[in-house]
Design a protein around this ligand. Structure first.
Ligand SMILES: [Zn+2]
Ligand SMILES: [Zn+2]
Length: 262
């Protein structure tokens, strides 16, 4: 059995819970500890039930609350051995907080698998989590979709996938300088709504039945725009949202819906 729930998602901070009755994992703690604990309480997740943390990358919207959380609750950070030093420096934490892993590792009864994601950070990882017949996956901060990401997410029933921006809205945003637009649109930036839709059409051909759109830009996207763009693209491919596949949108300031796979 596996549960997945986004607690906060977007450019201002990201936290996702994955777990079951015996194991609790937080993917990123990108908000201050006090706010993290408030969101966990709203979601009925006891912080003492958290067995381990995994981190996607070292940008502050993914690690802001990590050091305080692991210090207060004495929870280890499971980190690919190649990235332990980077993460240690970013978090300013002593080595005993880290468990160095291979690409595949186990946290209690959950098999965790990490894979590389192209992004303008020192490292960036996506994750899949498997327990029994249930598999869920997370990939955000994606400069461009790759076969590695697609192949890993194709094994999941539920996927949290970046739908960062609407390209037209971003291009027309007078508050964003050209260099920042180029960064976001570049192949180490973020995934647009349209690219997200294209990816979901491919994932539909695999096993994926539920996608949660995530890491939406507050300035260059809206939940409705992300949902409609993805839905319309899927329709052009003959895929009907709500029938063939289900799409949900994770929000920044509100805990997400709770999904449970038996
Ligand atoms: Zn990032
Ligand atoms: Zn991010």
């Amino acid at each position: 059995m596996l549960k997945i729930q986004t607690l906060s998602s977007g450019s201002a901070g990201n936290i996702t819970y994955v777990g079951n009755t015996t194991t609790g994992i937080l993917v990123d703690v990108g908000l201050p500890l006090s706010l993290t604990l408030k969101l966990m309480a709203q979601a009925n997740i006891d912080p003492h039930s958290i067995t381990g943390l995994v981190i996607t990358h070292e940008h502050s919207d993914h690690i802001k609350g990590v050091a305080d959380f692991v210090t207060q609750f004495n929870v280890p950070i499971y980190c690919h051995q190649r990235f332990v030093q980077i993460l240690r420096r970013s978090l300013k934490l002593p080595p005993h907080h880290f468990i160095a892993t291979e690409s595949n590792f186990i946290i209690n009864d959950i098999n965790v698998n990490c894979f590389t994601v192209p992004h303008d950070s020192l490292f960036c990882l996506g994750y899949t989590f498997q327990c029994g017949d249930a598999t869920v996956g997370i990939a955000t901060d994606i400069g461009q979709m790759t076969d590695i990401i697609l192949n890993n997410l194709a094994a999941c029933q539920i996927v949290v996938l970046e739908s960062n921006h609407d390209i037209q809205k971003l291009m027309a945003n007078p508050k964003y300088p050209d260099w920042l637009k180029r960064r976001i649109l570049g192949n180490r930036g973020h995934l647009s709504n349209l690219e997200c839709g294209r990816t979901i059409a491919k994932l539909y051909q695999a096993n994926v039945s539920q996608v949660i759109l995530a890491h939406l830009s507050e300035k260059n996207n809206t939940p409705t725009l992300a949902y409609q763009t993805v839905k319309q693209y899927l329709l052009t491919q003959g895929i009907v949202e709500g029938k063939d596949i289900f799409i949900d949108v994770a929000l920044q300031s509100q805990i997400g819906n709770y999904y449970c796979l038996e």
